[in-house]
Design a protein around this ligand. Structure first.
Ligand code: 4NP
Length: 151
């Protein structure tokens, strides 16, 4: 099962989702069954490590994302991954706009499950530190849900 997490810049939400999901798979012993990656719809931050604020917030939870590098979503992703997971409605609209017509990946929203407290994972980039912790809380719940759904 191959999962691609997607946000706008691939430096805050989606690398944190990738790290959270990988950490969960390691703790559940399901690393053989799942693999994951992340990407951004925009090209602004290609090659960069995740935002320092998200790296710090993730590290406080035992999740290490320092070595990830931002990349942009590409056409091949729509065949390579079983599921592509958008953080917000804008990411979803951007993905739909570049999705090849014969793509095989499923496109889903990160928080599209009944118990989710909100519909979108908010963009923490222009806010304070608490926004990064809030994103990690949302991602933690959503990753558990996604993991359970495909286990
Ligand atoms: P992300 O956050 O989509 O969660 O990686 C953002 C990162 C950068 C920008 C916007 C959102 N930016 O405008 O540069």
């Amino acid at each position: 099962m191959k999962v691609l997490f997607v946000c706008l810049g691939n430096i805050c939400r989606s690398p944190a989702a990738e790290g959270t999901f990988r950490h969960l798979c390691q703790s559940q012993g399901t690393e053989q069954r799942f693999s994951c990656d992340s990407a951004g719809t925009a090209a602004y931050h290609i090659g960069k490590a995740p935002d320092e604020r998200m790296r710090r917030a993730a590290k406080a939870r035992g999740i290490h994302i320092d070595n990830l590098q931002a990349r942009q979503v590409c056409s091949a992703d729509f065949y390579e991954f079983d599921v592509i997971v958008a953080m917000d409605h804008s990411n979803m609209a951007n993905l739909r706009a570049v999705r090849p017509t014969d793509a095989t990946s499923r496109l889903v929203m990160m928080l599209d499950y009944p118990q989710a407290p909100v519909e979108e994972v908010p963009d923490p980039y222009y806010g304070g530190d608490e926004g990064f912790y809030e994103v990690l809380n949302l991602l933690d719940q959503a990753c558990r849900h996604l993991h359970g759904q495909y286990s």
